[in-house]
Design a protein around this ligand. Structure first.
Ligand SMILES: Nc1nc2c(c(=O)[nH]1)N[C@H]1C(S)=C(S)[C@@H](COP(=O)(O)OP(=O)(O)OC[C@H]3O[C@@H](n4cnc5c(=O)[nH]c(N)nc54)[C@H](O)[C@@H]3O)O[C@H]1N2
Ligand SMILES: Nc1nc2c(c(=O)[nH]1)N[C@H]1C(S)=C(S)[C@@H](COP(=O)(O)OP(=O)(O)OC[C@H]3O[C@@H](n4cnc5c(=O)[nH]c(N)nc54)[C@H](O)[C@@H]3O)O[C@H]1N2
Ligand code: SF4
Ligand SMILES: [Mo]
Length: 700
């Protein structure tokens, strides 16, 4: 076998790799195929193909309560008959489907179609709701479209200033740090993070600015930055007059956020706020600068006000005249491998393929034609609402999970556990026995990246080919086989197990939609064409940059939405005087289901820990490595302290990649952003005490 050109399985950067054959069955060797190289996760990704506990046959729970091996036919027959009887008794919506942003476009599309056409249920949503949904909601309402980066990533390289709000790309997308170099050289890297993250650390040598704001106060900070821009006459008034619907609203909504007021809320000195605003403005095209970008990550977005915080960032970008200008703009740094494509083709509760709205009669009519059906369900519940409804009197009695490890990554796990336990049927499709799979009644084993063909859409809206390099082990099949096998048994036709066929159907389904893939073919991609959606016909070159000639809103202007600061929902109180903040480590990916199984990564970061400031450690009378107990309104856990001046004294940071008693989501708040349905993963009040227990991660 010769080498195969494909992409890394993990994050939305989708670094290009070549896979090379090795002697061991099912194994490959990886080499970088792009300019940026790979991070440690990318280098070690092949290990996941051959982990000792890889799922290789379907599993079914026997009378003794154990998961035992079974055949595909037995498992599919069982699941189909349970679905049938639950739907006969409780109605169509009694079955729910939960998808993932790591699935290929073909899998994600087939999942949404399976839910709407074969199950005829409204209850479908996915883990992207935990990820970039607040940015999606904000960009949809401001620009009329949601493509994470509406420009190629490489455009960042030429910028004179980049404001990163709650993004730690030095750990979460290491090869992308190269794109910050221009801004760093110009002293224009501005990072908002309550921690001196690896990314915030980059500002130190280069004259950039780390704005170490109190958790949950980005909205106030960005309102103040915008205030300074407007008050100091730094705004792009011609742009505002031409391209923005209501410039006065922008001025009114930021008028009361003078920097001294923001300093009291955020802890960032007023002088620093003024300096940051001036650095950013100086790089804007209106002042003849090299270009300026504002980028948001999960630190800004995973809050009950995440949509409004992103809106404030967009308003600041509009004030400076950035969106739609070559070499400038606003973007959201999408996270999951197919976080972008996964949100375009119908896994989302309110959405049909091509980023169409399920409530739009014309969109519904189009999909009914493509799918050959007479009716479609309406919008369903967003992820956390869906989870909270499981097993309730009016809620779903069965859940199918594809590509998410909810028992680690969903907020307020005590509640998630209770809801999953109340189900009559839990079906999990995965590549490894994740924490969630181990709870299932039926488990289907599926192909992963190097074992399958398909497409992924990167954070910049570029569609990429995933290619097969090795045969999957044992009885492993694609998620497509689960959908097709069940659809057939439920009496639905038109579900292919061939990803190339599914993509052809996706092209037709997306045609005319906002995310139009109809002009993309695997042949074009295989010929090396760089295609950014929309690509409305086969002769179309694709759309690397959006908004050059206007915004896809009714009048072509960007919408200003007035927003204001509000505190985190579960704010500090006498008993819980610190903020608990969660996030990522370089070595682990998401729930850790994959990376905790890679020896090199597991050795580098073997267990959960809590970063605490030395002042907090001194108050507790503890040293580095000693156990502390964290307690929030939802739960408590014991874990070792990592004492560091990198966190604010009012902040405790815990990574979320660990399961069981090490899962920080036992403590997080499942309160939602009212617009996006995003839970408040990033901040809640926590009580920290010295623990007397040994560090075994005991939860109580
Ligand atoms: N190594 C690694 N890389 C990944 C992933 C992974 O799991 N591991 N996952 C991928 C995915 S799906 C995603 S979504 C991306 C996420 O990528 P990022 O958004 O970069 O990741 P996080 O670590 O969740 O959050 C970023 C930063 O937000 C800070 N933060 C916490 N609270 C606040 C706040 O209130 N305000 C501000 N301004 N900052 C705050 C944290 O200290 C953290 O440094 O990464 C992708 N890449
Ligand atoms: N506290 C806290 N919690 C968080 C976050 C945070 O910052 N803090 N971040 C949130 C964010 S941004 C995200 S994206 C979520 C992610 O969290 P999850 O939704 O749990 O995502 P993963 O861990 O990537 O889970 C993917 C699962 O799918 C499996 N898998 C991989 N490929 C396939 C496939 O092709 N088919 C199928 N069926 N399975 C596959 C993997 O083995 C794994 O078990 O976590 C969220 N949770
Ligand atoms: S940055 Fe993301 S895509 Fe690139 S190698 Fe690392 S995990 Fe893979
Ligand atoms: Mo994410």
């Amino acid at each position: 076998m010769s080498s195969v050109l494909t992409h890394c399985p993990y994050c939305a950067l989708q670094c290009a790799t070549t896979l090379h054959p090795v002697a061991r069955p099912g194994a490959v060797e990886v080499r970088p195929a792009g300019r940026g190289g790979l991070c440690r996760k990318g280098w070690t990704a092949p290990d996941v193909l051959t982990v000792p506990d890889r799922l290789t046959t379907p599993l079914i729970r026997n009378a003794a309560g154990e998961l035992v091996e079974t055949s595909w036919d037995t498992a599919l027959d069982f699941v189909a008959s349970r679905i049938q009887s639950l739907q006969d008794t409780h109605g169509r919506d009694a079955v729910a489907v939960f998808g993932g942003g790591g699935l290929t476009n073909e899998k994600a599309y087939a999942l949404g179609k399976f839910a709407r056409v074969a199950l005829k249920t409204a209850n479908v949503d996915y883990n992207g709701r935990f990820c970039m949904s607040s940015a999606a909601a904000a960009t949809n309402r401001a620009f009329g479209i949601d493509r994470g980066l509406p420009f190629p990533l490489a455009d960042l390289g030429g910028a004179g200033a980049i404001l990163l709000v709650g993004s730690n790309i030095a750990e979460t997308m290491p090869p992308a740090v190269a794109q910050l170099q221009g801004a760093r050289d110009a002293g224009g890297l501005l990072v908002v993070d309550p921690r001196l993250s690896a990314t915030a650390g980059l500002t130190a040598d280069d004259g950039g600015i780390h704005l170490q704001a109190t958790p949950g106060t980005d909205l106030a900070l960005v309102l103040a930055l915008t205030h300074v821009v407007l008050q100091e006459g730094l705004a792009d008034t011609a742009y505002l007059a031409e391209r923005v619907d209501d410039p006065d609203l922008l001025i009114r909504s930021t008028a009361s956020w003078w920097p001294e007021r923001a300093e009291r809320v955020t802890g960032v000195p007023a002088a620093t706020i003024r300096r940051a605003a001036r650095v950013l403005a100086a790089a804007a095209p209106v002042h003849g600068g090299a270009g300026a970008f504002i980028l948001t990550g999960r630190g800004a977005e995973q809050h009950s006000k995440g949509t409004d915080t992103v809106t404030a960032c967009i308003n600041l970008a509009l004030a400076l005249g950035l969106p739609g200008r070559l070499g400038s703009g606003y973007g959201c740094i999408t996270g999951q491998g197919n976080g972008q494509g996964g949100r375009e083709h119908g896994q989302k509760a309110d959405q049909l393929p091509g980023y169409r709205s399920i409530s739009d009669p014309a969109a519904r009519a189009h999909l009914m034609r493509v799918w050959g059906v007479e009716d479609l369900p309406g919008p369903g519940k967003s992820a956390v609402e869906l989870i909270n409804s499981l097993g309730q009197p009016d809620g779903p009695k069965a859940l199918m999970v594809h590509g998410s490890n909810l028992l680690v990554s969903a907020p307020n796990l005590a509640s998630v556990r209770e809801r999953l336990a109340s189900l009559e049927l839990l079906v999990v499709t995965d590549v490894v026995p994740s924490e969630t799979a181990l709870l299932a009644d039926v488990v289907f084993p599926v192909t992963q990246w190097a074992e399958e063909d398909g497409t992924m859409t990167s954070l910049e809206g570029r569609v990429l080919r995933r290619r097969t390099a090795v045969a999957p082990p044992g009885e492993v099949r694609s998620d497509l086989a689960v959908f097709a096998g069940l659809a057939e048994r439920l009496g639905s036709k038109g579900f292919s197990t061939d990803p190339a066929e599914v993509f052809e159907e996706l092209r037709r389904a997306s045609a005319g939609g906002r995310a139009d893939y109809s002009g993309i073919t695997w042949e074009r991609l295989d010929a090396g064409e760089e295609l950014f959606w929309p690509v409305p016909h086969e002769g179309h070159p694709g759309t690397p940059r959006l908004f050059a000639d206007g915004f896809p809103t009714p009048d072509g202007r960007a919408r200003v939405v007035a927003v204001d600061h509000r505190p985190v929902a579960d704010d500090l109180n006498a008993e819980s005087p610190l903020y608990l903040v969660t996030g990522r480590l370089l070595q682990h990916y998401q729930s850790g289901a994959q990376t905790r199984r890679v020896p090199e990564l597991a050795e580098a970061e073997p267990e959960v820990f809590a970063e605490l400031h030395p002042r907090v450690a001194a108050q507790l009378g503890i040293g580095d490595g000693r156990p502390v107990r964290l307690r929030t309104a939802r739960g408590s856990m014991v874990l070792p302290a990592r004492v560091t001046t990198d966190v604010r004294p009012d902040t405790v940071f815990v990574p979320f990649h660990f399961g069981g008693v090490e899962a920080v989501n036992e403590l997080t708040n499942d309160v939602l952003d009212p617009v996006s349905g995003m839970p408040e993963f990033k901040a809640c009040a926590v009580e920290v005490t010295a623990a007397v227990l040994p560090v075994t991660g005991v939860s109580a």
